[in-house]
Design a protein around this ligand. Sequence first.
Ligand code: DQA
Length: 148
Amino acid sequence: MHILCLNGPNLNLLGLREPSIYGRESLSDLEVRLRHLADQHNTKLTFFQSNHEGALIDKLHWAFHERLDGIIFNPAAYTHTSIALRDAISSIDIPVIEVHISNILERESFRHHSFISDVAIDQILGHGLKGYEMALEKFLGRKGEKEC
Ligand code: DQA
């Protein structure tokens, strides 16, 4: 099993950026946590962050061509603006779980709408970095189902 964890703009500043909302752990801390869980389940993890919409689209296409099994995606602010990212997800035949560190439904009204939610198989909101582990666990559970 091979999973992509994809993070959008400003998430490279995790740990420094608005810690009261996003916490004090860095993106590298998140990568360590996810790799630990993936390793325990013999699962390959590709971890990628970009501040550029096109680079995120290219990575989604890459995942499609490489036939990955699932994508954990925090599109950050592009969640609320990007039809191009939504179309990229619709164009590829790989399940995507949308993750947000904060609960976007309890924040400013401009964060309530997600262009991604109805093309994703699931949405995990407001669990901090644990939300990414929950998403990976969901994919690992699906692997278990396929093997039965
Ligand atoms: C975020 C929520 C978005 O509204 C915001 O623009 C982000 C981070 C989150 O993980 O809570 O950059 O996706």
